[in-house]
Design a protein around this ligand. Sequence first.
Ligand code: ZN
Length: 236
Amino acid sequence: MPVAETPLDILVIATHPDDAEIGVGGTIIRAVAGGKRVGILDLTNGEPTPHGTPERRAQETAAASKALGLTWRKNLGLPNRSVRDTLEARRQLAGVLRTTRPQIVFSPYWDDSHPDHVAASRLCEDARFWAKLSRSDLPGEPYWPPKMFYYWSIHLRIHPKPAFVVDISDALDQKMEAIRAYASQFLEGRPQVFPSALDDIRDRARYWGWTIGTAYAEPFGSREEIGLKSLDPLFP
Ligand SMILES: [Zn+2]
């Protein structure tokens, strides 16, 4: 894979197609509206699921990408349900980081009941480290993504304290449209009585919006402190 002529501003790494939409969808839409180049790397195709097929999931992913306004999206082809932080997977992911060269990487949160999500989170951190190695046979040039944050698209019903929360009030409808593109996951075979899976996603966004005094929002974690160049972002 050649080095992108224009690097991505933001890369979201998703264990399964639909994880990025659930955890970062509104923030992606806001960033795209602000002129940022945003990409998603899905690690697996997410199949099998009760109502999906690989072909159908790929079509749904394409529709969701359009709703988000993505610049770039690829699938790393790791085995669903069996994601591991192997040296080969680390090599592949480090290669993507070196060729897309994002300023900000959003990774799956490190604590979850889904083993794929936990392994993917570890894989992201290890690939970030490997991406900067010199004198390696990795594609592209050595690169250290300056910022890595974590999103919550998890099965464990926990709510760790976020490092920051992004207002997505203007993007909520578009986010839900992107998620509804995955009909095999959210519409078919799911009871559409309140609270549905879609209700849960929207209402969690409402809850995080309440925490910052807006309609809807998405929370993010960080292992490192976040520095500001000025107080401007803190003014209401
Ligand atoms: Zn997932």
